[in-house]
Design a protein around this ligand. Structure first.
Ligand SMILES: *Cc1c(COP(=O)(O)O)cnc(C)c1O
Length: 398
């Protein structure tokens, strides 16, 4: 597998020729059920007619005008994000890491604008993932992503997962806020307890701290609510979105309240491509579907159904599956065997999954799947587990 691409990814040796809904068809004709969905990006699956139509229509209008002019498509998408969330204002970027950069800058600038520029530090949590730019690798705190890239961007203090006492202890006169993914993705699909999120909101309010949510993976309907934090009945001051928002077209968004964004005045931040007409048009088309009556409820229902199937598999194959966790259609299966072996076995059954930390395999299907797809995935996982269990018994007997 030689190519001129940076070898920064351990790619599977498959190229896909076609996609339709949750299906991907490889160049050799093999048909895969896509529960990777481009890492939670293809919220509406492949080739969704409404998205294709929106992109084709946008392609016939000016593709790009820059943020030096009004972009009605971006204004429209921003208003719809505001109407659907806690936010008053939106900044568009092109990726999750860039949305996070804007979130971090917004939080820092808020305090600087109030005359407290020394308050720039954010408290983060073990297992976090916020992107691969210099600031976001520092925020994530994973040494594997930080090492070798020079001085680490300052301003992030990491505490153990969901440990409120540790958060309180970490607050100093330099603390600007607290940053977390309501459902950790990359780190292993850990769901912050709703009770913890509510207590954290109260703590931030009491101490004048901003609460910043990275909903790049768990937002835009993935968990059965538009934002995952809605499960806890609380709202952040700032939130980053990206993956599912464009349904496959690159777009990121930083959402904020008027108050939190008050330092972000003219000239303080920018992006050449952010919110360009193509991205904004597709983002609006995604929202047409995700915010339509009954859609999020159906995500939650299908999530429950898939969860029952996964829990049954765990019961049946306790030597293979240790834990099933997640919310909506965002699942982590923690395996007792190396997670890569589990993902390979699933792929041999023509089911695509994504690896995560903590020996977890992620199932992130398109939000548009139906019961038939869930049954099919369960059958494939059952076959994978059966094969893995019999091969580990054989190994044990040998
Ligand atoms: C993927 C991801 C990011 C980074 O997004 P990119 O588009 O790869 O820059 C940030 N935060 C979370 C929670 C993510 O899952």
């Amino acid at each position: 597998m030689n190519s001129a691409l940076y070898p920064t990814y351990a790619r599977a040796d498959i190229a896909f020729a076609r996609g339709e809904g949750p299906w991907l068809i490889a160049a050799n004709g093999d048909q895969y059920l896509d529960f990777a969905a481009g890492v939670a990006v293809l919220s509406l699956g492949h080739g969704h007619p409404h998205l294709v139509a929106a992109l084709k229509k946008a392609a016939d209008a000016p593709w790009h005008v820059s943020n030096l002019f009004r972009i009605p498509q971006a204004e429209d998408l921003a208003q719809r994000l505001v109407d659907a969330s806690f936010a008053d204002l939106v900044f568009f970027a092109n990726s999750g890491a860039e949305a996070m950069e804007c979130a971090i800058k917004t939080a820092r600038k808020y305090h600087a604008h109030q005359g407290a520029p020394q308050r720039y530090r954010l408290i983060t949590f073990e297992g976090a993932f916020h992107g691969r730019t210099l600031a976001t690798i520092a925020a994530g705190g994973n040494p594997k992503y930080i090492e070798g890239f020079g001085p680490v961007v300052q301003g992030f203090d990491q505490v153990p997962f969901a440990d409120l006492a540790a958060v309180e202890a970490a607050i100093t006169p330099e603390t600007a806020g607290v940053l977390l993914e309501p459902v950790q993705g990359e780190g292993g699909l850990r769901v912050f307890p709703h009770e913890f999120l509510r207590a954290l909101r109260a703590l931030c309010d009491a101490r004048g701290l901003l609460l910043v949510f990275d909903e790049v993976q768990c937002g835009v309907g993935r968990t059965g609510k538009f934002l995952a934090c809605e499960h806890a009945g609380i709202a952040p001051d700032i939130a980053a979105l990206a993956k599912g928002l464009g349904g496959g077209f690159p777009i990121g968004a930083c959402l904020a309240t008027h108050e939190a964004a008050k330092g972000m005045t003219a000239g303080t931040h920018g992006s050449t491509f952010g919110g360009n007409p193509l991205a904004a048009s597709v983002g609006a088309a995604v929202l047409d579907v995700v915010l339509a009556e009954g859609f999020l409820e159906s995500v939650a229902q299908h999530g429950e159904s898939l969860k029952r199937r996964l829990l049954a598999l765990k019961e049946r194959y306790p030597s293979i599956i240790e834990d099933v966790r997640g919310e909506g259609l965002m699942f982590g299966v923690k395996t007792r065997i190396p997670n890569g072996d589990f993902a390979t076995a699933a792929r041999d059954e023509k089911l695509l999954t994504v690896l995560a930390g903590d020996n977890v395999v992620r199932l992130l299907p398109p939000l548009t799947i139906n019961q038939t797809h869930i049954d099919e995935a369960a059958t494939k996982l059952e076959a994978a587990c059966a094969r893995l269990a019999s091969s580990s018994t054989q190994k044990g007997a040998a």
